[in-house]
Design a protein around this ligand. Structure first.
Ligand SMILES: Nc1ncnc2c1ncn2[C@@H]1O[C@H](COP(=O)(O)OP(=O)(O)OP(=O)(O)O)[C@@H](O)[C@H]1O
Length: 295
Protein backbone atom coordinates (compact mmCIF):
# COMPACT_ATOMS: atom_id res chain seq x y z
CA UNK A 1 0.00 0.00 0.00
CA UNK A 2 2.94 2.30 0.74
CA UNK A 3 6.48 2.11 -0.56
CA UNK A 4 9.20 4.62 0.09
CA UNK A 5 12.38 3.98 -1.90
CA UNK A 6 15.58 5.76 -1.02
CA UNK A 7 13.81 8.90 0.11
CA UNK A 8 16.01 11.85 0.99
CA UNK A 9 14.83 15.25 2.14
CA UNK A 10 17.09 18.14 2.99
CA UNK A 11 16.31 21.52 4.52
CA UNK A 12 19.34 23.62 3.62
CA UNK A 13 22.25 21.92 5.35
CA UNK A 14 19.97 19.67 7.43
CA UNK A 15 19.46 16.17 6.06
CA UNK A 16 16.10 15.37 7.66
CA UNK A 17 15.82 12.05 5.76
CA UNK A 18 18.65 10.15 4.15
CA UNK A 19 18.03 7.23 1.80
CA UNK A 20 14.98 5.92 3.66
CA UNK A 21 13.32 2.82 2.22
CA UNK A 22 10.21 1.57 3.98
CA UNK A 23 6.99 -0.13 2.99
CA UNK A 24 3.67 -0.88 4.66
CA UNK A 25 1.46 -3.67 3.31
CA UNK A 26 -2.31 -3.97 3.49
CA UNK A 27 -3.42 -4.83 7.01
CA UNK A 28 0.01 -4.12 8.49
CA UNK A 29 0.65 -1.79 11.43
CA UNK A 30 4.12 -0.28 11.38
CA UNK A 31 5.46 1.84 14.24
CA UNK A 32 7.88 4.58 13.29
CA UNK A 33 10.11 5.35 16.24
CA UNK A 34 12.77 7.98 16.67
CA UNK A 35 14.06 10.72 18.94
CA UNK A 36 12.98 14.34 18.52
CA UNK A 37 14.22 15.53 15.15
CA UNK A 38 14.82 11.99 13.82
CA UNK A 39 12.73 12.72 10.73
CA UNK A 40 9.40 11.03 11.53
CA UNK A 41 7.18 13.99 10.72
CA UNK A 42 9.22 14.81 7.62
CA UNK A 43 8.73 11.26 6.32
CA UNK A 44 5.00 11.47 6.99
CA UNK A 45 4.77 14.83 5.27
CA UNK A 46 6.50 13.52 2.15
CA UNK A 47 4.13 10.52 2.09
CA UNK A 48 1.21 12.94 2.29
CA UNK A 49 2.71 15.23 -0.38
CA UNK A 50 2.67 18.12 2.08
CA UNK A 51 6.34 18.55 1.21
CA UNK A 52 8.25 17.01 -1.72
CA UNK A 53 11.13 14.59 -1.24
CA UNK A 54 14.48 15.93 -2.43
CA UNK A 55 15.14 12.56 -4.07
CA UNK A 56 13.79 9.02 -4.01
CA UNK A 57 10.37 7.67 -4.84
CA UNK A 58 7.16 7.21 -2.89
CA UNK A 59 4.11 5.27 -4.06
CA UNK A 60 0.81 5.24 -2.22
CA UNK A 61 -1.65 2.64 -3.50
CA UNK A 62 0.42 2.59 -6.70
CA UNK A 63 0.21 6.36 -7.24
CA UNK A 64 2.55 9.26 -6.55
CA UNK A 65 1.81 11.23 -3.34
CA UNK A 66 -0.53 14.09 -4.12
CA UNK A 67 -2.17 12.25 -7.02
CA UNK A 68 -5.90 11.89 -6.66
CA UNK A 69 -5.68 8.09 -6.20
CA UNK A 70 -3.06 8.47 -3.46
CA UNK A 71 -5.03 11.18 -1.69
CA UNK A 72 -8.22 9.19 -1.82
CA UNK A 73 -6.48 6.17 -0.33
CA UNK A 74 -4.82 8.07 2.51
CA UNK A 75 -5.98 9.47 5.83
CA UNK A 76 -3.86 11.52 8.18
CA UNK A 77 -4.13 12.31 11.86
CA UNK A 78 -1.70 15.04 12.88
CA UNK A 79 -0.16 15.04 16.33
CA UNK A 80 -2.34 17.77 17.78
CA UNK A 81 -5.49 17.71 15.74
CA UNK A 82 -7.53 20.79 16.65
CA UNK A 83 -11.28 20.98 16.30
CA UNK A 84 -13.77 23.75 16.75
CA UNK A 85 -14.66 23.81 20.45
CA UNK A 86 -18.13 25.18 19.82
CA UNK A 87 -19.15 22.37 17.47
CA UNK A 88 -20.44 19.04 18.70
CA UNK A 89 -18.61 15.89 17.66
CA UNK A 90 -21.44 15.11 15.24
CA UNK A 91 -21.36 18.60 13.69
CA UNK A 92 -17.57 18.50 13.25
CA UNK A 93 -17.57 15.10 11.57
CA UNK A 94 -20.59 16.06 9.45
CA UNK A 95 -18.63 19.10 8.25
CA UNK A 96 -15.69 16.94 7.15
CA UNK A 97 -18.06 14.48 5.49
CA UNK A 98 -19.64 17.27 3.47
CA UNK A 99 -16.20 18.59 2.48
CA UNK A 100 -15.45 15.15 1.14
CA UNK A 101 -18.76 14.98 -0.67
CA UNK A 102 -20.22 12.31 1.55
CA UNK A 103 -23.60 12.36 3.33
CA UNK A 104 -23.45 14.08 6.74
CA UNK A 105 -25.69 11.33 8.09
CA UNK A 106 -22.66 9.01 8.24
CA UNK A 107 -21.32 11.00 11.23
CA UNK A 108 -23.26 8.87 13.72
CA UNK A 109 -21.76 5.56 12.61
CA UNK A 110 -18.24 7.01 12.47
CA UNK A 111 -18.56 8.38 16.01
CA UNK A 112 -19.96 5.06 17.16
CA UNK A 113 -16.96 3.28 15.63
CA UNK A 114 -14.60 5.33 17.83
CA UNK A 115 -16.78 5.00 20.94
CA UNK A 116 -18.11 8.55 20.98
CA UNK A 117 -21.78 7.83 20.38
CA UNK A 118 -22.78 8.97 23.89
CA UNK A 119 -20.96 12.31 23.53
CA UNK A 120 -21.82 12.92 19.85
CA UNK A 121 -24.11 15.87 20.64
CA UNK A 122 -21.88 17.54 23.22
CA UNK A 123 -19.60 20.44 22.31
CA UNK A 124 -16.00 19.39 21.57
CA UNK A 125 -14.88 22.07 24.03
CA UNK A 126 -16.18 19.81 26.80
CA UNK A 127 -14.30 16.71 25.53
CA UNK A 128 -11.24 15.24 27.24
CA UNK A 129 -7.98 14.94 25.26
CA UNK A 130 -8.71 11.25 24.65
CA UNK A 131 -12.13 12.09 23.27
CA UNK A 132 -10.66 14.74 20.96
CA UNK A 133 -8.18 12.17 19.63
CA UNK A 134 -11.15 9.93 18.90
CA UNK A 135 -12.78 12.74 16.93
CA UNK A 136 -9.51 12.88 15.00
CA UNK A 137 -9.67 9.16 14.36
CA UNK A 138 -13.31 9.42 13.25
CA UNK A 139 -12.26 12.20 10.86
CA UNK A 140 -9.44 10.00 9.56
CA UNK A 141 -11.89 7.14 8.93
CA UNK A 142 -13.99 9.16 6.49
CA UNK A 143 -13.91 7.60 3.05
CA UNK A 144 -12.60 4.22 4.29
CA UNK A 145 -8.89 4.96 3.84
CA UNK A 146 -6.55 2.15 2.78
CA UNK A 147 -3.52 3.84 4.34
CA UNK A 148 -3.62 5.69 7.65
CA UNK A 149 -0.75 7.92 8.67
CA UNK A 150 -0.95 8.77 12.36
CA UNK A 151 1.54 11.18 13.92
CA UNK A 152 1.92 10.32 17.61
CA UNK A 153 -1.77 9.48 17.89
CA UNK A 154 -1.67 8.49 21.55
CA UNK A 155 0.49 11.25 23.04
CA UNK A 156 -1.20 12.60 26.13
CA UNK A 157 -3.70 9.76 26.38
CA UNK A 158 -4.17 7.77 29.57
CA UNK A 159 -3.51 4.01 29.50
CA UNK A 160 -7.18 3.06 29.11
CA UNK A 161 -7.70 5.47 26.21
CA UNK A 162 -4.49 4.18 24.61
CA UNK A 163 -5.64 0.61 24.85
CA UNK A 164 -8.98 1.49 23.29
CA UNK A 165 -7.28 3.51 20.56
CA UNK A 166 -5.05 0.56 19.61
CA UNK A 167 -8.06 -1.78 19.69
CA UNK A 168 -9.70 0.39 17.02
CA UNK A 169 -6.48 0.32 14.97
CA UNK A 170 -6.35 -3.47 15.27
CA UNK A 171 -9.90 -3.68 13.87
CA UNK A 172 -8.96 -1.41 10.98
CA UNK A 173 -5.87 -3.49 10.21
CA UNK A 174 -7.99 -6.66 10.27
CA UNK A 175 -10.13 -5.03 7.60
CA UNK A 176 -7.01 -4.48 5.48
CA UNK A 177 -6.04 -0.89 6.31
CA UNK A 178 -2.29 -0.24 6.25
CA UNK A 179 -1.24 1.84 9.27
CA UNK A 180 1.92 3.86 9.78
CA UNK A 181 2.09 5.51 13.18
CA UNK A 182 4.82 7.38 14.94
CA UNK A 183 5.39 7.19 18.66
CA UNK A 184 7.78 8.15 21.41
CA UNK A 185 6.20 5.71 23.83
CA UNK A 186 8.23 2.67 22.98
CA UNK A 187 6.61 0.19 25.33
CA UNK A 188 3.11 0.86 24.08
CA UNK A 189 3.83 -0.16 20.49
CA UNK A 190 5.50 -3.45 21.49
CA UNK A 191 2.46 -5.67 21.41
CA UNK A 192 0.30 -3.44 19.28
CA UNK A 193 2.10 -3.17 15.97
CA UNK A 194 3.41 -5.73 13.51
CA UNK A 195 6.72 -4.13 12.64
CA UNK A 196 9.05 -1.56 14.13
CA UNK A 197 10.94 0.99 12.02
CA UNK A 198 13.55 3.08 13.83
CA UNK A 199 14.71 6.40 12.43
CA UNK A 200 17.85 7.98 13.81
CA UNK A 201 19.15 11.29 12.48
CA UNK A 202 17.22 10.83 9.28
CA UNK A 203 18.39 7.29 8.60
CA UNK A 204 16.35 4.11 8.94
CA UNK A 205 18.48 2.06 11.32
CA UNK A 206 16.09 -0.84 11.93
CA UNK A 207 13.00 -2.20 10.20
CA UNK A 208 11.68 -5.59 11.24
CA UNK A 209 9.41 -7.46 13.62
CA UNK A 210 10.24 -7.09 17.27
CA UNK A 211 11.21 -10.77 17.49
CA UNK A 212 13.66 -10.43 14.59
CA UNK A 213 15.13 -7.20 15.95
CA UNK A 214 15.70 -8.92 19.29
CA UNK A 215 17.43 -11.80 17.55
CA UNK A 216 19.54 -9.49 15.39
CA UNK A 217 20.58 -7.27 18.30
CA UNK A 218 21.63 -10.32 20.33
CA UNK A 219 21.24 -8.37 23.56
CA UNK A 220 21.40 -10.33 26.81
CA UNK A 221 18.31 -11.89 28.31
CA UNK A 222 17.52 -11.57 32.00
CA UNK A 223 16.14 -14.48 33.96
CA UNK A 224 14.59 -14.01 37.37
CA UNK A 225 14.43 -17.14 39.48
CA UNK A 226 12.16 -17.24 42.51
CA UNK A 227 13.63 -19.72 44.98
CA UNK A 228 12.27 -21.08 48.25
CA UNK A 229 13.57 -18.87 51.11
CA UNK A 230 15.58 -21.70 52.65
CA UNK A 231 17.28 -22.56 49.34
CA UNK A 232 18.01 -19.13 47.85
CA UNK A 233 21.69 -19.09 48.82
CA UNK A 234 22.21 -22.53 47.38
CA UNK A 235 20.32 -21.65 44.17
CA UNK A 236 22.41 -18.48 43.68
CA UNK A 237 25.62 -20.49 44.08
CA UNK A 238 24.62 -23.35 41.80
CA UNK A 239 23.38 -21.04 39.04
CA UNK A 240 26.15 -18.53 39.55
CA UNK A 241 23.51 -15.81 39.78
CA UNK A 242 23.00 -12.65 41.80
CA UNK A 243 20.88 -12.84 44.93
CA UNK A 244 18.53 -9.89 44.80
CA UNK A 245 16.40 -10.24 47.91
CA UNK A 246 15.31 -12.98 50.26
CA UNK A 247 13.95 -15.20 47.53
CA UNK A 248 15.16 -14.03 44.12
CA UNK A 249 18.19 -14.89 42.05
CA UNK A 250 18.91 -12.96 38.83
CA UNK A 251 20.83 -14.32 35.85
CA UNK A 252 21.90 -12.77 32.57
CA UNK A 253 22.66 -14.86 29.52
CA UNK A 254 23.09 -14.63 25.76
CA UNK A 255 20.06 -15.40 23.58
CA UNK A 256 21.62 -18.68 22.43
CA UNK A 257 22.21 -19.87 26.00
CA UNK A 258 18.65 -19.32 27.14
CA UNK A 259 17.44 -22.91 26.81
CA UNK A 260 20.47 -24.44 28.49
CA UNK A 261 20.15 -21.97 31.37
CA UNK A 262 16.46 -22.83 31.72
CA UNK A 263 17.40 -26.52 31.70
CA UNK A 264 19.86 -25.88 34.53
CA UNK A 265 17.14 -24.09 36.50
CA UNK A 266 14.62 -26.86 35.89
CA UNK A 267 17.25 -29.31 37.17
CA UNK A 268 17.03 -27.70 40.60
CA UNK A 269 13.46 -29.03 40.86
CA UNK A 270 11.76 -28.29 44.20
CA UNK A 271 14.27 -25.57 45.14
CA UNK A 272 12.63 -23.30 42.56
CA UNK A 273 9.19 -21.72 42.86
CA UNK A 274 8.98 -19.77 39.62
CA UNK A 275 11.00 -18.48 36.66
CA UNK A 276 10.53 -15.29 34.66
CA UNK A 277 12.36 -14.74 31.36
CA UNK A 278 12.74 -11.05 30.49
CA UNK A 279 13.79 -10.34 26.88
CA UNK A 280 15.54 -7.08 25.97
CA UNK A 281 13.01 -4.25 26.05
CA UNK A 282 12.15 -2.12 23.07
CA UNK A 283 14.04 0.71 24.79
CA UNK A 284 17.18 -1.48 24.85
CA UNK A 285 16.77 -2.28 21.14
CA UNK A 286 16.14 1.32 20.26
CA UNK A 287 19.33 2.40 22.01
CA UNK A 288 21.27 -0.47 20.44
CA UNK A 289 20.24 0.27 16.84
CA UNK A 290 20.59 4.05 17.20
CA UNK A 291 24.09 3.67 18.66
CA UNK A 292 25.12 1.12 16.08
CA UNK A 293 24.19 3.55 13.30
CA UNK A 294 26.36 6.24 14.90
CA UNK A 295 29.46 4.06 14.85
N1 LIG B 1 10.57 23.16 7.43
C1 LIG B 1 11.78 22.87 7.95
N2 LIG B 1 12.82 23.69 7.79
C2 LIG B 1 14.04 23.40 8.28
N3 LIG B 1 14.31 22.29 8.98
C3 LIG B 1 13.32 21.42 9.19
C4 LIG B 1 11.99 21.66 8.70
N4 LIG B 1 11.21 20.61 9.06
C5 LIG B 1 12.01 19.76 9.74
N5 LIG B 1 13.27 20.23 9.83
C6 LIG B 1 14.41 19.58 10.47
O1 LIG B 1 14.45 18.24 10.02
C7 LIG B 1 14.82 17.34 11.06
C8 LIG B 1 13.73 16.30 11.24
O2 LIG B 1 12.56 16.91 11.80
P1 LIG B 1 11.19 16.13 12.04
O3 LIG B 1 10.17 17.14 12.47
O4 LIG B 1 10.88 15.31 10.84
O5 LIG B 1 11.56 15.17 13.23
P2 LIG B 1 10.61 14.25 14.14
O6 LIG B 1 11.25 12.91 14.18
O7 LIG B 1 9.21 14.31 13.64
O8 LIG B 1 10.72 14.95 15.54
P3 LIG B 1 9.65 15.09 16.74
O9 LIG B 1 9.58 13.77 17.41
O10 LIG B 1 10.28 16.13 17.60
O11 LIG B 1 8.34 15.53 16.13
C9 LIG B 1 15.04 18.21 12.28
O12 LIG B 1 16.41 18.51 12.38
C10 LIG B 1 14.24 19.46 11.98
O13 LIG B 1 14.78 20.61 12.63
Amino acid sequence: MLTCSRVTRTFGAVEALRDVSLSVAEGERVALLGHNGAGKSTLMKTILALIPATSGEIRVAGAAPGDRAAREATAYLPENAAFHPALTGREQIALYLRLRGEPASKAGSLLERVGLEQAADRRIGTYSKGMRQRVGLAQALIGRPRLMVLDEPTSGLDPVSRREFYAILADLARDGTAILLSSHALTEVEARTDRIAILSKGRLVANDTLANLRREAGLPIHIQVAARPETVGDVARRLDGTRVNGVRVDLTCAHGDKLSRLGQIAGLGGMIEDVEVIPPSLEDLYTHFSRRADQ
